[in-house]
Write a protein that binds this ligand. Sequence first.
Ligand code: 13P
Length: 250
Amino acid sequence: MRRAYIAGNWKMNLTPSEGVKLAKELAEAAKGCSAKVMVAPNFVTLPGVAEALKDSDIIVAAQNMNDHTSGAFTGEVAPAMLKDLGINTVILGHSERRAIYGESDALINSKVLLALEEGMDVVLCIGETLEEREGGKLEEVLSRQVTEGLKNVTEQQMAKITLAYEPVWAIGTGKTASPEDADGAHALVRSIIEKLFNKTVAEETIIQYGGSVKAANVKELMAKENIDGALVGGASLSVEKFLPIVTFDK
Ligand code: 13P
């Protein structure tokens, strides 16, 4: 049985004081909800949010990290720095990191391996562009991103990996993949995981959907067999919008 996992990726939004305020409101409002809930603030907002949520069940994650443990990497953040704040989860391979900052599958894989080595949980993002989808490359792209992203990850370590399928054309555009299309892509991802590992791992892996998830569409998405959660951008920036997503099953 896969437990629903709803995550809010705040991206480059909210100042530290705004983030702490939202975190506190969310902790109060989401008390007792059945889903696993996570928020991912920007780096400078992490310490305050980690402190504000330390007695709650809400997981605090980083949106990225470097693939080295320390050194001359100006502007970067290492896993030990996150762990020192009590942050044990990191989002890796977001399409904005891939597209805007040129992160390759190989770089993302080295981040995944380091995070696992450091005992952290990973949300690994994958997803095709509109051009790739229309060019009939969905399977090829997802297969490459999953296979390369999880290279040298062991079967045991897969318990620490969540996949987030985020079709690039659905991110921040208001266009959501239809529940059927999203479920189909998730089924494909699950079959790739089965090929790489085995049926048990494939059945146990949580696969979130991301891309314009909101209160109005979360129920029908979550009703699909292969959709186990959501990675939410815009609609995670206020309690009014995020709470109905977190409590989609109420
Ligand atoms: P939106 O929910 O704003 O489309 O963003 C999705 C996303 O990229 C979450 O990581």
